[in-house]
Design a protein around this ligand. Structure first.
Ligand SMILES: [Zn+2]
Length: 285
């Protein structure tokens, strides 16, 4: 079963008078959605009692939870203190995931800095192995870590780099952010075969099982020569990539992904439209 949901809360959620994310699972179910990515991108600040309540609400409403870890972690930092702190942010995210019963923690691996891509990847893999060991030590081994493809050209997170990281341990599942791939390839996702190629590369690197359980981010993205500039909404059709060819490939390859919409401000409404597009193509099939 493919699941659709937003990253964080839509403007409409707040406009309708809701103030707490505890109301999000019920609100999302009423929109026909199945997933919710709780954002800890500015730091893991959620309290245990709130996280536990959010988990209960999510289960009552059949909403699958994931967490997005802080943006500022950098597994590839040349500074050992920063790498150690990055492991700590991952552990805090895993702890919050445990409290709320979230099965996945999405994270941005970091940046290439001045070290160069190859060296940055080596550092990130080393830091990630240490994080996996610590996660096991703390009893978080069953929560899936999902390194994400990133959109800026100087970030560590091209598709091939994410696959290399995921080879470290079979529990790692990539977060494939198609907006980001479109941005760092400077508009590379145009036709169905461009999406197919992404899925082929993942299957070759990580096998069918992980391909079937992908974590996916989607939004339209504006980019410059340095990659990602800004996320837009589904209505902003001057920016790609298009969702239809992606939906076709997901259906053809029978992929049970969780698809998180990261539109700016309208992520939940747009997630519902993505689901509609997906279902229409599937039912026609
Ligand atoms: Zn992200």
């Amino acid at each position: 079963m493919v699941k659709f949901g937003p990253s964080g809360n839509s403007n409409a959620f707040y406009d309708q008078g809701y103030k707490s994310s505890l109301d999000a699972p019920g609100w999302l179910r009423d929109m026909g959605l199945e997933a919710y990515e709780y954002s800890c991108t500015k730091g893991v600040k959620i309290r245990e009692s709130t996280a536990v309540q959010l988990g209960e609400k999510a289960r009552e409403n059949n909403i699958t939870l994931s967490i997005h870890a802080p943006y500022y972690l950098n597994l590839a930092s040349p500074d050992e203190d920063k790498r150690r702190n990055s492991i700590r942010y991952l552990m805090e995210s895993l702890q919050a995931a445990r409290w709320m019963g979230a099965g996945r923690v999405v994270f941005h691996p970091g940046s290439c800095g001045k070290t160069g891509r190859a060296k940055a990847l080596e550092l990130a893999k080393d830091t990630l192995s240490r994080a996996i060991d610590q996660a096991d030590g703390k009893g978080f081994g069953d929560i899936v870590l999902c390194p994400e493809t990133l959109g800026k050209t100087n970030q560590l997170g091209r598709l091939e780099e994410i696959i290399e990281m995921c080879k470290l341990d079979s529990r790692l599942i990539p977060t494939i952010d198609f907006g980001h791939i479109h941005a760092y390839t400077l508009g590379g996702l145009k036709e169905k075969r461009d999406y197919l190629r992404v899925f082929e590369v993942i299957e070759e690197g990580l096998g069918r099982e992980r391909l079937k359980n992908l974590h996916i981010h989607y939004s339209r993205v504006e980019y410059t020569g340095r990659g990602e500039k800004k996320h837009w909404t589904l209505a902003d059709t001057r920016y790609g990539p298009e969702f239809e060819p992606l939906a076709e490939v997901l259906i053809e390859k029978d992929i049970n992904a969780t698809i998180i919409c990261e539109s700016r401000g309208t992520m939940a409404e747009d997630a519902a439209v993505l689901k509609e597009i997906y279902c229409k193509i599937r039912d026609k099939g």
